[in-house]
Ligand binder design. Structure first.
Ligand code: THG
Length: 280
């Protein structure tokens, strides 16, 4: 199964036999106090350099989230997306809980975007699936619904199957959905990683769909976050997550190393090229 996204002129393909596609996570105010304050003041000056740095480090899609407290996302998200796509020729992953902001972002974005996200809640399905169809976008589907985040892999896959059925009815094909097995903080449940990895394996096996996941969610509140993040990212890719949301500045070379180990980098050329480009 092949998911295609497009930027202003580039095309990005997500497929199981292809090298992992990194979705750059950094344009997001979560945990970034200075960026949050800037967004609250309507200052978007950090976005262009952040976009460029992530693209240089190998991100092929950029997540754009401007959801700091008190920010008018309907006004700011389209501005941020335009800034990103004026800086780098990449598809965007439009990350907002507000459907009006998603629509405003989709209206200005060039190419074929990824919407982040829908889940199994009826309200959310009804608000987001029509946008996916109308704009010819792709969408991330979180394996959770009105009852919250299921505790077991089987239940998460059931939620995914329900979303798949609702999407089909809305005229959206499985290629245009990236399922997210949901990465939780390991500090609050030491078996959370296991559930996510097993969910990823089952989603690939039963639905054959492409997968994303927020790899860096795992480490909040733990020491050596960078270590946990890269280990989690490696395991996720190995379990079938082929378009992880991650920090390419810290994980770029590791992702190339995983591609090489999984036979997705002929002669190690991508790995060697990325190594040579890494500041020593
Ligand atoms: N699934 C989907 N989308 C998502 C997530 C997911 N979007 C948001 C998030 N989870 C993934 N993005 C991030 C972005 C940043 C961090 C973690 C996940 C992060 N930031 C540091 C912090 O909070 O301390 C700060 C980083 C910095 O200072 O640069 O950890 O799961 N579909």
């Amino acid at each position: 199964m092949q998911t295609n996204l497009r930027g202003p002129s580039t095309e990005v393909t997500i497929a199981p036999d292809q090298p992992t596609v990194m979705i750059g996570e950094r344009i997001n105010p979560t945990g970034r106090k200075a960026f949050s304050a800037e967004l609250q003041a309507g200052d978007l000056s950090r976005i262009a350099p952040d976009a460029q740095a992530q693209a240089d480090a190998g991100a092929q899609v950029l997540d754009v989230n401007v959801g700091a407290a008190g920010v008018d996302e309907v006004a700011l998200l389209p501005e941020a997306i335009q800034l990103v796509q004026d800086t780098v020729d990449l598809p965007v992953c439009i990350d907002s809980a507000n459907p009006d902001a998603l629509a405003a972002g989709l209206a200005v974005c060039k190419g074929k975007a990824l919407i982040n996200s829908v889940n199994g809640e009826l309200d959310r399905l009804q608000a987001v699936l029509p946008l996916v169809a109308e704009f010819g976008a792709a969408v991330i589907a979180l394996c959770m619904d009105d009852s919250g985040i299921p505790a077991t892999p089987d239940e998460r896959v059931t939620v995914a199957e329900n979303i798949l059925a609702a999407a089909r009815e809305a005229g959206i094909s499985p290629e245009d959905i990236l399922f997210d097995p949901l990465v939780m903080t390991i500090g609050s449940d030491h078996r959370a990683g296991l559930v996510t990895l097993e969910t990823a394996r089952l989603l690939r096996e039963r639905l054959g769909c492409n997968l994303t996941a927020g790899a860096s969610n795992v480490s909040h509140g733990m020491p050596q976050r960078d270590l946990l993040n890269v280990v989690n990212l490696t395991l996720l890719i190995s379990a079938g997550v082929n378009a992880p949301i991650c920090n390419p500045l810290k994980n770029g070379l590791a992702v190339r190393a995983v591609n090489l180990m999984l036979g997705r980098d002929e002669w190690g050329m991508e790995y060697i090229t990325a190594y040579r480009a890494t500041p020593k």
